[in-house]
Design a protein around this ligand. Structure first.
Ligand code: C2O
Ligand code: CU
Length: 443
């Protein structure tokens, strides 16, 4: 068991007390004086990158790499110095899903100034959530994330001893290359191979950086989904290899399986598209990719594992309740006639601001009346999903990016335990760019 990911860990920054209406500065910045256990430097820079197929990307990267990995341990004080070498529009780092103090959230114009070429900004936070996270620039994100300003943040548990033998981080991304668009896991846009001895336990950390949700298939053995958006599933059930699963834009799934005698293949999509990237795990001689059988079901987190039990249940007395109607219409935005993505009929900055007090139990209802899915991402907090389409879910689960499909309704709850000013937005970054953003504020 990797422990952790438990609801009690979500209250990372609850040291704030009421000092007669004054917000204590440390509750917004964290403990800046604490010594750093891990220090990193990330240099945002233009960089040509070659994918495994040979296609070349004119990328914008951190440290010249596609998707660098920051790996720390639970409890570490992490310090990351961001330096902008030559990205003219300026950059930041947002720690997606990581409930950092507000001043470290990386939203330009809100929590910090954008970091211009030649400038730097140092982020500091304590790693108080285990699991799979990622980070990306939040400046003109619809362009900067697409061009490559992102990486993974992996927080290992303190007492993890030998429960995983092999681990692979698979970050899928659509690159714009000199040969058109290419889908890849990092820079691997072809099927990769990995030799693993039978009996070894393999863990995949899947991160979806694209604007739309993605489906994945594993074939060759049963598997478990062990975490969603960084939070461990308690007592995850065994899924058959005919089960596909779907990860929201910005979302992360961890899965694990025990390597059998025969090969196991993992692929994006339903496995049918030979072009989409994948991984073949094999023990002996390298096999050819085999065709995928038709999937028999799609993984449903609302019926999986043991339900999270805490004070945020459908029966809780909520201090605040908000409704977000997600819609679309035609209209003018920034002087151009556009397809607009609206919240309660408005586009940012005319969308509502949700105001909470520290300690509030907050319920939010998402109603999708638009034509497409919206991955709703709340900064600084994890949400627990309580109801889907009006019905209580069997196994409430934690998420920071909930994919709401056209026609769906979800009720989610969170504890207002991280003071500051936060974004709540669609993680289809093109939708966010054309209006689908609102703010959450602590009064
Ligand atoms: Cu991953 Cu506001 O973003
Ligand atoms: Cu959207």
């Amino acid at each position: 068991d990797e422990g952790g990911g438990s609801p009690t860990m979500m209250s990372g920054h609850s040291t704030h007390q009421d000092h007669g209406g004054m917000v204590e500065v440390a509750s917004l910045t964290g403990d800046l004086a604490a010594p750093a256990d891990r220090k990193f430097e990330l240099v945002a820079q233009q960089q040509k990158i070659r994918l495994s197929s040979g296609a070349v990307v004119d990328a914008w990267t951190y440290n010249g790499e596609l998707a660098p990995e920051l790996r720390v341990r639970y409890g570490d004080m992490v310090e990351v110095k961001l330096v902008n070498k030559d990205i003219d529009a300026g950059v930041t780092i947002h720690w997606h899903g990581y409930n950092v103090p507000n001043a470290m959230d990386g939203v330009p114009g809100m929590t910090q100034n954008v970091v211009k070429p030649g400038e730097s900004f140092t982020y500091k936070f304590r790693a108080e959530q285990e699991g799979t996270y990622w980070f990306h620039s939040h400046q003109q994100a619809s362009e900067q994330v697409v061009k490559g300003l992102f990486g993974s943040l992996i927080v290992e548990s303190k007492n993890k001893a030998g429960n995983v033998d092999e681990e692979l981080i698979l970050i899928n991304h659509d690159w714009v290359t000199d040969q058109g668009e290419k889908t890849a896991f990092g820079e691997e846009d072809e099927t990769q191979t990995k030799q693993v001895e039978p009996g070894r336990k393999v863990k995949l950390r899947i991160i979806n950086t694209d604007n739309y949700s993605q489906k994945y298939r594993l074939q060759g053995t049963g598997y478990q989904i062990t975490a969603i958006d960084g939070v461990d599933i308690q007592e995850p059930g065994q899924l058959t290899d005919r089960t596909a699963f779907r990860v929201a834009s910005g979302g992360r799934y961890d899965l694990s399986f025990t390597m059998p005698e025969h090969p196991v293949q993992f692929k994006m999509g339903d496995g049918k598209d030979a072009e989409s990237p994948g991984v073949i795990f094999y023990s002996d001689t390298l096999p050819e990719m085999q065709p995928f059988e038709k999937e028999s079901e799609l993984f449903d987190p609302s019926h999986y594992g043991k339900p999270v039990v805490n004070e945020l249940t459908t029966a809780a007395a909520f201090d605040r309740e908000f409704v977000m109607i997600l819609g679309n219409e035609m209209g003018f935005y920034n002087g151009k006639f556009h397809f607009l993505w609206t919240i309660n009929g408005k586009v940012h900055p005319h969308t509502p601001t949700f105001v909470v007090k520290e300690g509030d139990k907050v319920k939010t209802t998402f109603v999708n009346r638009s034509l497409t899915e919206h991955p709703m991402h709340l900064h600084g907090h994890h949400m627990i999903v309580l109801k889907k389409n009006g019905r209580e879910v069997a196994t409430p689960w934690y998420t920071d990016t909930l994919n709401v499909y056209a026609g769906e309704t979800y009720e989610v709850a969170f504890l207002a335990n991280n003071p500051g000013m936060w974004m709540d937005h669609c993680h289809n970054l093109d939708h966010a760019k054309t209006g689908m953003i609102l703010h959450l504020m602590y009064d």
